[in-house]
Structure formats: C-alpha cells, structure tokens
Design a protein around this ligand. Structure first.
Ligand code: ATP
Ligand code: MG
Length: 383
C-alpha cells in the first residue's frame, strides 16, 4: 500500500519510518520542486503530482499551507484524508475562528480585519494589548504585530496596509486581531479520528516556548478535569470537520479554563514525544487513520519529554548514555533556528523525568539550549 503525503519535510519522514513495519510505503510531494520523492531520500523522484496520485492508495498532508489547486486535484481523486476543507481551515485563521465560533469552542476575543473600518472596530471593542496575526501564512517574515498602546495604531495600520498590498497576487489577505490572553501556561492536545468517526487522544501536554518557538514538551498524567475539557473540544472540532487523521489543538490555560489558540490539521511538534511515551506514536496513528486501519491507543506509557534541536547539527553523544534517551535527526541542512531534530527523554516517574530532563539539558551546549536548562531545572520539585 502507498500513502502520498503532501509535503516532504521531517513530518513526512517520521510518518514514513512509522509506516514501514505496517508494510505501508510513504511517498512525499515536495511542493518546492513539484516532484514526488522518497521522504527518506529526497533525491529519489517518482515523477510529478499526477504520477504520485496514480501510485497512491491514500493521500494526506504534513502541513496546512498547500496550494488550493493541489488540494483540489488530490480531493478529486477520492483519496485525500483529511478533507481539503479541514486542511484549508487549519491554514487560514479566518476559517479557524469561524469554526470555533460556530462550534462555541472557547478562544481569545478577536476581530477579523480586512479594512480600516474593521481595524477601528477592533480597537474600539477589544482591550489592549492586542496581537495581530496574518490569516494566511505570513511571507518574508512578515505577518505578526503586537499593539500595546493606541499611539502605535497608525504605524501598525500603515504596516498592515503594506502587508495587504504585498504577497501573492490574487490572494485576499486578512489579519486576525486577538486580545492578549494572560495565560498561566500553554498546553496542547494531539488526537486522532478514524474513518468510522472514532476518536482517541493523547494526554494534554505542557509546551515551553523560547522566543515564540516550541523548545520543550512535557507529557505526564494530567488532572482528569482538564483532560476531559480538552478532549471535549477535540471531539467537537474533529467531528465538525469530519476529520480523518491526527489533529493537534494548541491551548492557553487560564486557571482551570482552556482557550483554543490554534488548530493544526496534521501531526504536530508537541506530539513527537509519543515515539517513546505512547503505545502507538502520532505518526503511525495518522497513517493508520488515513489508511482506514483501527487507531492505536493514545495512553501514556511512561512520563516523557521532548527537546527540540534548533539550528544545530550535532549534540554531545554522551546524552545517549543517559537511560531512556532517544535521538531523532531529520537529515536536514544546518540553518540558524531550523528544526533539525529532537531528543525524547523518558522515565518511570514524574520526579525521575524532571531530574533526567535536567541532566540531559545540562549536557547540551548552553549557547543553543540555555533557556531549556533553566526550564528543566524549574521542573524539579514541581512535577
Ligand atoms: P506556530 O509555530 O505554533 O504555528 P504561530 O506563529 O502560527 O505559531 P501562534 O501559535 O498563534 O502563531 O502564536 C505564537 C505564540 O505567541 C503562542 O504560542 C503564544 O505564546 C503567543 N500568543 C499568540 N496569541 C496569543 C494571545 N492571544 N495571547 C497571548 N499570547 C499569544
Ligand atoms: Mg502556535
């Protein structure tokens, strides 16, 4: 059986590795070169998109910013899971917010901005500070603004107007203004829905960001009430989208309440720990779902944490001498800040996990991992 993945990055690679023991072969469509390749050997080509669709029994995606004409061709083949509307919703904050409103799922107070009148309305109805985010993928590093005081409004509007004018021709850009949420922490839920509509979820995990980028995820058993709350929102969203595959939801936790930040219609960085901490990892479960197979359990097998390796192509080999540590490289060229690999650290108790995570963090160069060392140390005595 062949599964074609739209996108040929590390997520496709890890799905290919997880699919092999099931005798499922994964091909990947590289949207840059427009070639279908082996995700474990990007130089090996199998032809263009049409050739890939022909070879595939099922088609899926590793990211949400895929050209709509590509999605349409794949959907017309009858092989695409999740459906194109679900993928588009994850790639457009306007659609995402509309879905959350329609399903009455708690999220940050917001306003969609397509004109100056919308911008003025956002300033009049939302309380500052605001975070403004491009609805579609940003381009050239543009597409996020933080508005703390009204004095910044004119400058930010001039910038947004410029943003609307640039970018891809024929694409109507918009910005979503959100009230800043004074969250206690950021958490996420990765779950999956099969072709029959059954859902399963992994435990809600805590995410630590450094300069706005995920650096550490910690998966331990949770408070049952919070887990239930997250799972109810997951079922609501996944059922509304008639979703098939792995779907991730990022939340802000404020007290005992979860507010959805964003939805990712794919396997997610905050689910990489499942390779060592769950019976069936998110990559295998996504492949199982799109191939029409029964889902594997999302239960936590042992407390596990993940450390992202950003912009580095080596780490000290000594980390492998620490028990229950696994290293996953993506085989990518080194670039500052680029996601190059990750380290999973597992333990038999929460206390042991905190200590082991800190031990590993201390072995990593403090230049690239400084903030992780402090975060890991802070977990000792807390988990
Ligand atoms: P990702 O890489 O996860 O796709 P992104 O750039 O698409 O990130 P968001 O996840 O929306 O954008 O925002 C990035 C980070 O900014 C969040 O993880 C959070 O720390 C902060 N943030 C975003 N929106 C808000 C908000 N409304 N209130 C407070 N903090 C926010
Ligand atoms: Mg995010």
């Amino acid at each position: 059986m062949n599964v074609l993945i739209l996108g040929a990055g590390q997520l496709a690679r890890m799905m290919a590795l997880a699919a092999k023991p099931l005798n499922i072969n994964v091909l990947a469509y590289d949207v840059g070169s427009e070639q279908v390749v082996d995700p474990l050997n990007l130089t090996q080509s199998f032809g263009d998109l049409n050739a890939g669709i022909e070879l595939a029994d099922n088609i899926t995606a590793e990211f949400e910013h895929i050209a709509h004409d590509v999605l349409a061709i794949c959907e017309a083949s009858g092989k695409l899971q999740p459906n194109s509307q679900a993928i588009k919703t994850g790639g457009d904050r306007r659609l995402e917010k509309q879905l959350l409103e329609q399903q009455q799922v708690a999220n940050a107070k917001h306003q969609i901005i397509e004109s100056k009148a919308d911008f003025d309305q956002a300033l009049a109805t939302l309380s500052l500070p605001l975070i403004l985010k491009s609805a579609l993928a940003g381009y050239d590093g543009k597409g996020q603004w933080r508005l703390k005081s009204l004095e910044q409004a004119d400058d930010i509007w001039t910038d947004i107007e410029g943003f609307f004018a640039g970018g891809e021709q024929g694409v109507k850009h918009a910005v979503v203004a959100e009230q800043m949420v004074p969250f206690d922490r950021e958490v996420s839920l990765v779950g999956m829905r099969d072709t029959q509509g059954n859902t399963k979820v992994y435990p809600l995990v805590e995410n630590h960001h450094t300069n706005g980028v995920l650096t550490v995820t910690v998966a331990i058993e949770n408070n049952e009430a919070l887990q239930q709350q997250a799972q109810a929102m997951f079922d609501n969203v996944a059922n509304a989208l008639n979703y098939v595959g792995v779907l991730a939801i990022e939340f802000f936790q404020v007290g005992d309440q979860l507010l959805v930040n964003e939805i990712a219609p794919r396997v997610h960085n905050s689910g990489h720990w499942t390779q060592q901490g769950a019976d069936t990892c998110q990559f295998e479960n996504h492949i199982r779902a799109v191939a029409g197979l029964p889902l594997g359990s999302g239960n936590l097998v042992r407390p596990t944490a993940m450390i992202n390796i950003l912009g580095e192509d080596t780490v000290p080999n000594a980390i492998l001498s620490v028990p229950s540590v696994s290293l996953h490289w993506y085989g990518k060229g080194k670039r500052p800040g680029r996601k190059m690999g990750h380290i999973n650290v597992s333990a038999s108790s929460n206390t042991e996990l905190a200590e082991r995570l800190s031990e590993v963090a201390e072995m990593l160069p403090s230049t690239a991992f400084a903030d992780i060392q402090a975060y890991a140390k802070g977990l000792i005595g807390k988990l």
